[in-house]
Write a new protein. Structure first.
Length: 75
């Protein structure tokens, strides 16, 4: 098995693509990047998520992410 792990300091540095890029831009506009960092760190736990999993979370479950980071008003 080949395991590839990349560490980033913040989701600001995450190489998002597609709709996930738009979601990150909205979160940054709302000033909630620190909350997004904390939420992703919480989700990672002992089994880090892949880039694809993080991107999919932001692309397809953005309403859940917005709720968890205090952006319910943006829904």
């Amino acid at each position: 098995m080949i395991r590839y792990i990349t560490e980033i300091r913040s989701m600001r540095d995450f190489p998002a693509w597609g709709q996930a890029r738009d979601v990150i831009d909205e979160i940054e506009t709302a000033g909630r990047m620190d909350e997004l960092d904390e939420y992703i760190e919480l989700l990672n736990g002992e089994n880090p998520m892949t880039k694809g999993e993080i991107n999919d979370l932001l692309s397809y479950n953005w309403t859940e992410v917005f709720e968890k980071i205090g952006m319910k008003d943006w829904l």
